[in-house]
Design a protein around this ligand. Structure first.
Ligand code: 5GP
Ligand code: 5GP
Length: 238
């Protein structure tokens, strides 16, 4: 009888440890998208992926686990390295919606691998490699930022300055939240340009939520350009 109850206690302790180990170790995600026209300006130059010039659309930068106090975990499991073969049936969607613009030109594997190792491993208790990338792609489809802005009359290369409020309002209205964050780039002429949009997402990586805390990005000022990504003049051919 005594040995039965001690086995039971040991099992309970093991179960508790498993729950603690497997429970989430972050509070929410930032889902970050970048405007390619501003990325290319930020870097003065950029390189199109080997798979060709991306669409004139926002592209995914990353899905980043974060804590409510503004800090974030990073590179959480060096033993869980990026494995392209696990996401082979997502590759064409990744090429379209998560294109790499860094130089030299690449096929995206390095960028996705970096994002997985630095950020994805910190949500591995909830999302394995396949789910992590699939969720990010689904979030991109759910948050059609370009359409949200266009609906509000904010278009790439429209030659206008937009207020930060009008840009935020257009996106917030479309997504049904009231806290998002916009990061700006300053171009060579000193103009602010919409660069990255941070949306907050619950730990299941499925729903947009109000941001518990805002990131420290580059400030925007109140006269913001939405540059085109149609010119071929500012990218490096390799
Ligand atoms: P993070 O800033 O997310 O820590 O790092 C991004 C890394 O991915 C950098 O090493 C950067 O050079 C590389 N990278 C490759 N393609 C892109 C891209 O299109 N956008 C951004 N932001 N980084 C990229
Ligand atoms: P940057 O200094 O360009 O804003 O950020 C560099 C990199 O640090 C980002 O690409 C991202 O990998 C990470 N990072 C910056 N700010 C945050 C943040 O607030 N939360 C998380 N999770 N990562 C961040």
């Amino acid at each position: 009888m005594k040995s039965n109850s001690s086995i039971l206690i040991k099992l309970l302790v093991l179960q508790c440890l498993a729950v603690v180990c497997l429970s989430q170790s972050f509070d929410f995600f930032y889902f970050v998208q970048q405007w390619p026209g501003s990325y290319c300006d930020t870097r003065q130059s950029c390189c199109y992926p080997e798979t060709g010039k991306p669409d004139e659309d926002f592209g995914i930068h990353g899905l980043w686990p974060n804590y409510n106090d503004g800090t974030y975990p990073s590179s959480c499991d060096r033993s869980n390295s990026f494995d392209e073969s696990k996401i082979s049936d997502l590759l064409s969607r990744l090429e379209k919606d998560w294109p790499t613009l860094a130089c030299p030109s690449g096929d995206g594997i390095k960028f996705w691998g970096h994002e997985w190792s630095k950020h994805g491993t910190c949500s591995e208790s909830l999302l394995d490699q396949y789910s992590y990338f699939q969720k990010a792609l689904d979030l991109k489809a759910k948050a059609n930022l370009l359409q949200a802005l266009q609906t509000a009359g904010i278009r790439p290369a429209d030659g206008k300055y937009h207020s930060l409020e009008s840009i935020k309002e257009a996106i917030e209205q479309a997504l049904g939240v009231t806290t998002i964050f916009i990061d700006c780039n300053v171009d060579t002429r000193g103009n602010h340009q919409i660069y990255q949009v941070y949306l907050c997402v619950d730990t299941s990586a499925s729903n947009f939520i109000e941001c518990p805390v805002l990131p420290h990005g580059r400030p925007c000022g109140n006269k913001i350009e939405f540059p085109s990504f149609s010119s071929d003049s500012n990218h490096d051919e390799l």
